[in-house]
Ligand binder design. Structure first.
Ligand SMILES: Cc1ncc(COP(=O)(O)O)c(C=O)c1O
Length: 405
């Protein structure tokens, strides 16, 4: 089948090696590439090509090489470049998070920060509480570190904290860690409400667990007011993760974690066996981006761009799926709609690829095998015109699957 992952070869290495959990989100990039032809991809959470062009990276590369020369190409401090740590701390303080440079570790994307958190806080058999559905790569990271994931239902206000409390009472051990994406969650687009942010902190505190607040989309709000980050409510047991991937350039792989200095030191020790330090050149590019000025204006442009795409996607879905039982979420920001389709999403994806459109099936976002009739629809990458065309193709694929063709 076109959506299969690794192919068994019967090799010696295969018989000796382990089989880590990966991410079907990442797999869809390969599936779309291998399929070839003209595909409108609603599968990836990659910034739009127009958004990447807005960064005017050629100027930044020239600036870095002129100012820093080969130093920008050398190894760096494990915790990250001091200027960048300071930039991250200043931005965090603007959002109400009481952070200084010593509380920041720069990582190879937020994804590496998630893995470092696992290395520092989890041992095999530990329990992690996560949203259901949740960011697939994080679920796999927890499982690769031997943790048991307790998935808790979410609604339009994020994780159901009362349900989490009930699930914890039935769990074999108290949780070590809660993992949430509080703003425009991947994959549902939901934002965790004020009340639930407080309730989550109280619950974590009552069971002695850490809260990991993973917030790569927080600055991409298209309507309504920003909510106070969980880490701004309490720094005691909260680790705040961020990323330059969605608001600058994902390919440079720069993200961060904000925690207490001891945790930063522990994460640094773990990082020393991974990559020693995050790419110095990438970090210097971020510093140059801030030095050039205009970061708030850049982010405002991104908000306008993605709002337009979100509007185009909403209108196209409303038009093309009128009269069907298909429903989708209505997020205030971010990159994703969560769609409930009533048909098997893996079969839907096969038909969709034949029609020239792609998405990520819902079962990628759970460890339970659920959400088989749901899917994640990313509107961030295609242009508004292509979004319209992609949704027309999606409807054709839906009709084929719904008709049993
Ligand atoms: C919720 C969430 N966390 C983390 C990441 C990873 O971001 P980065 O590129 O910084 O590793 C993503 C990317 O899609 C995401 O959606």
């Amino acid at each position: 089948m076109s959506t299969q992952l690794a192919r068994a070869t019967g090799s010696v290495l295969e018989s000796i090696g382990n089989d880590p959990y990966g991410s079907f989100i990442d797999e869809t990039i390969g599936i779309v590439t291998r399929h070839g032809g003209d595909i409108v991809s609603f599968a990836v959470g990659s910034p739009a090509p127009e958004a990447l062009a807005l960064a005017r990276v050629e100027e930044l590369v020239a600036d870095v090489l002129a100012r820093d020369g080969v130093r920008a190409l050398n190894y760096g401090l494990t915790e990250g470049e001091s200027e960048l740590r300071e930039i991250i701390a200043v931005d965090a303080r603007r959002r109400g998070i009481d952070a200084s440079l010593d509380d920041v570790i720069v990582t190879a994307g937020a994804l590496q920060a998630i893995d470092l958190v696992c290395r520092v806080f989890l041992r095999p058999g530990d329990v992690v509480v996560a949203e259901s559905p949740a960011f697939a790569n994080a679920l796999s990271a927890f499982r690769n570190h031997g943790a048991a994931v307790l998935e808790v239902p979410t609604d339009e206000s994020g994780i159901d904290v009362a349900a989490a409390a009930r699930a914890i009472r039935r769990a074999p051990a108290p949780p070590k860690l809660f993992f949430v994406v509080p703003n425009f969650q991947n994959p549902t687009g939901a934002t965790l409400s004020e009340e639930r942010r407080d309730a989550l902190l109280a619950l974590a505190s009552s069971v002695g667990a850490v809260v990991v607040e993973d917030d790569p989309y927080g600055r991409l709000r298209y309507r309504g007011e920003d909510l106070v980050p969980i880490a701004a409510r309490s720094r005691d047991r909260v680790i705040h993760l961020g990323s330059f991937s969605k608001v600058f350039l994902p390919g440079i792989r720069v993200g961060w974690a904000i925690a207490d200095p001891v945790t930063v030191r522990r994460m640094s020790a773990a990082k020393q066996t991974m990559d020693s330090s995050t790419s110095t050149l990438s970090q210097r590019l971020v510093v140059a981006f801030y030095r050039r000025g205009g970061v708030p204006a850049h982010i405002a442009s991104l908000r306008r761009l993605y709002k337009e795409k979100q509007d185009a996607a909403r209108q196209a879905l409303t038009r093309e799926f009128a009269g069907t039982p298909v429903r989708w979420s209505d997020p205030d920001g971010g990159f994703y709609f969560w769609m409930e389709t009533g048909v098997d999403a893996r079969r839907f994806l096969d038909a969709a690829l034949e029609e020239g459109v792609a998405f990520v099936p819902g079962d990628a976002f759970t460890t339970t095998g659920g959400f088989r009739d749901a899917l994640r629809f990313s509107y961030c990458a295609p242009t508004s015109d292509r979004i319209g065309e992609g949704v027309r193709r999606l409807r054709r694929a839906f009709d084929r699957v719904a008709d049993g063709a």
